[in-house]
Design a protein around this ligand. Structure first.
Ligand SMILES: Nc1ncnc2c1ncn2[C@@H]1O[C@H](COP(=O)(O)OP(=O)(O)OP(=O)(O)O)[C@@H](O)[C@H]1O
Ligand SMILES: [Mg+2]
Length: 419
């Protein structure tokens, strides 16, 4: 093949037709006008925040959005915020919507500072305490006759780092000024309620009185979400329904997936990129398979990077899980089966004493939080409820890595013991 000069490569690629008419609507930060299958949550939010419009200043509303990864919590809060601001404006109410991610702003200082900045207050970075800044904010709202809905996204980070007193101060500021008009309202977002257990019971119950739940998406729901993005992002007739169904069935909660809309949209995006790369006129199921393969490979690399941090017994447990999964051919195995295999591997293969159940459970939790395994509780199919475990990457490749590390750890231990 004759060599192409680099400018003709660029020209050539650019002259290819693309299946995309607008890629930006597949960005993670894009929020569509309508969120299919989140109508109920939007309605509940509107009902809760109704006084903000009908009787401004009367109460301070606090609502908590809870649900797993990629189920539309952030998108729903933003959609709601923007829509509320529009409605308020029509009624002559000066309402602001502010979205703060506590993954970035974890301290009381950071959060109050972000609030001040987003409300348009010019506050010097240093010199004010959070309490002083908060008073400036309240004064500002009063002077401008303004109201604000503040979303604290990934609120669990704030709870963990800032602690109970900070949460109390922020959310119950009006306890200290009972006479003043209630101009601040909050939407809190978290994936799980677990971390809220660290709070005082009074604070916790104040936060959890208006919970709105977000369930993982079912396959048919993901189909509708994907169909909306197809309409916005792709040229007509470039993505058939069966492509969307295929993705929806991989991710759909009722089909054993996680029900994560972000992952589903990302799969569609990547399949489109692969189709373009191959110069195909349409996106096919085969392109989706390749996209899934790419995503799995990246996950395998990510997971492999975290494995060296595991202890010997965690690695043996992981090997047990992999073996059981391979043996059964199922996507999930029961915790009890993994534990049995683990005990077998310890005594028969590696000649070490197996750890107790509570410790094994701790290992499971740790590996889950590292993203190495997934767990869920069994549904009606099993007698009682038991923890089910799965592994998100190709088993064979992972087992090889685990084996290598087990050998290395054993050698290291021997060296330590002979010192
Ligand atoms: N009902 C929906 N309709 C259209 N798009 C949706 C819907 N739900 C989620 N999405 C899209 O899926 C992606 C993930 O949603 P979002 O960021 O709101 O999830 P999340 O629940 O906040 O997840 P995380 O816990 O990871 O922050 C976003 O791109 C969002 O626009
Ligand atoms: Mg989010």
């Amino acid at each position: 093949m004759p060599l192409m000069s680099s400018d003709s490569i660029v020209e050539n690629v650019l002259s290819r037709v693309s299946v995309f008419k607008n890629r930006s609507v597949l960005d993670r930060s894009f929020v569509p006008d309508k969120l299919p299958h989140r109508e109920k949550q939007l309605e509940m939010l509107t009902t809760l925040f109704r006084p903000v419009i009908t009787d401004p200043g009367s109460v301070s509303v606090v609502s908590l959005l809870v649900g797993d990864v990629g189920v539309g919590k952030t998108a729903t809060a933003k959609r709601f915020g923007d829509d509320m601001v529009k409605v308020a404006k029509k009624k002559g109410i000066n309402l602001s919507y502010i979205h703060i991610n506590c993954h970035n702003a974890r301290t009381l200082f950071n959060v109050v500072q972000s609030m001040a900045r987003d409300l348009g207050l010019a506050i010097p970075i240093r010199g004010y305490s959070p309490r002083e800044m908060m008073l400036l904010i309240l004064n500002h709202l009063k002077k401008q006759n303004m109201y604000a809905i503040v979303t604290l996204d990934e609120f669990n980070y704030f709870v963990q780092v800032a602690g109970n007193d900070a949460v109390y101060f922020l959310l119950r500021i009006y306890d200290e000024y009972p006479e003043s008009e209630k101009r601040l309202h909050y939407i809190l977002i978290t994936r799980s309620l677990e971390v809220l257990g660290q709070l005082d019971p009074a604070t916790e119950s104040y936060i959890t009185k208006n919970i709105i739940k977000f369930n993982p998406y079912r396959s048919n729901e993901l189909f509708d979400i994907l169909a909306q993005r197809r309409e916005l992002a792709f040229y007509e007739n470039t993505v058939d329904d069966d492509v969307l169904t295929f993705i929806a069935d991989i991710e759909g909660y009722d089909k054993g997936g996680k029900g994560n809309a972000r992952a589903a949209i990302e799969m569609l995006f990547r399949a489109g990129i692969i189709a373009d790369y191959e110069g195909a006129q349409r996106v096919t199921v085969e392109h989706v398979r390749k996209a899934v393969g790419e995503i799995r490979e990246e996950m395998l690399i990510e997971i492999s990077d975290t494995l060296p941090a595991l202890q010997l017994h965690e690695l043996i447990l992981l090997k047990a899980i992999i073996r059981k999964l391979r043996e059964s051919g199922e996507s999930y195995i029961k915790m009890g089966d993994a534990e049995e295999e683990y005990a077998y591997l310890c005594t028969e293969v590696y000649k070490v004493k197996p750890r107790k159940h509570t410790q094994v459970y701790e290992y499971i939790r740790n590996m889950k939080s590292l993203g190495i395994i997934n767990t869920k509780l069994s549904g009606k199919g099993f007698r009682g409820r038991t923890t089910l475990i799965s592994v998100p990457v190709p088993l064979e490749a992972l087992e090889k890595k685990v084996d290598e590390l087990i050998e290395r750890k054993k050698v290291e231990e021997k060296e330590v013991n002979t010192l």
